[in-house]
Design a binder for this molecule. Sequence first.
Ligand code: TXA
Ligand code: MG
Length: 324
Amino acid sequence: MASPISDIEQAAEVLRVGGLVALPTETVYGLGAAEDPAAVARIFRVKGRPPSHPLIVHIAAADQLDDWVETVPDTARLLAEHFWPGPLTLVLRRGHRVPLEATGGLETVAVRVPDHPVALALLSAFGGGVTAPSANRFGSVSPTTAGHVRAELGDAVDFVLDGGSCEVGVESTIVDVTSDIPSILRPGGVTREALEAVLGRSIAVPSTSHVRVPGQHPSHYAPSARVVLVEPERVVAEAELAQEAGHKVGVFVPTGFADAAVKAHAVVTVPDSVDAYAHGLYGYLRKLDQQGCDLIIASLPPEEGLGLAIANRLRRAAGPRPSR
Ligand code: TXA
Ligand code: MG
């Protein structure tokens, strides 16, 4: 669990020499590198991610934000004060210090302060910004334990810091604050309602974004098994039909349902609490893959609070796939 100081120092040294460190955050594990074009290029190679897709710069504290961006508008300052450290990423105009390799050539940069003691200790020991996408292969499910990272990336990572399982379980909320009207580019750990309460206005969640946010493309956050979404009252019936038709079906059923009675290959009981659901979501998808399911049947939770992020990830997981 909590890493001893020597682990943190070793990991900081790996970053200094251009290596890759998997680090725990409150959302998901990140695959971190120094703000250096060669180190950043390694992240893209290991993830199999197209280099045009921008990364998030993780910093130790809100007062360092000015070092990484051109200007900090009042709205950004307000959100940073309220939500950092925490699962909120702000998109701002890129400062000169940020290499274009990290932003996929964009003149904006995404920045956040993670709320995890191990990540914060690493950032302080390293003394700079750590560029880090989620520590999974491009398009697949984000890792929420160190074991997930090792299983997926293995030796491609130079050092894995184990900080236990990620509390939030879904990625940060990305808010574009480059214009006067902030908008949510990706729903995540900070809820729309919480943002609106602080901003004192409603905030848009565009269904498609003009900027490049790969998490918003079809088939992202996807397990190997195909994911099919149905109405809540149809989940069990559809699962049983598909199982009878020869699929190995994994099904998400609500708490309190007599899951032992469901005729499926594997059953996940979805917790009533949306926090617990978000915390468990990626682990459930991984588990159903491990259990050999080829089809996952689920329904969307109500799209409020963290339910908005869960529904977004399930929709992406169910999105069309190029060739699986
Ligand atoms: O919770 C998180 O955000 C995790 C942890 C590790 O911090 N990180 C994460 O990174 O989810 P990644 O790379 O998997 O997703 C980052 C998203 C991508 O969809 C990317 O397109 C978007 O942030 N992004 C980065 N820079 C951007 C920019 N300048 N404009 C718009 N979107 C940006
Ligand atoms: Mg990701």
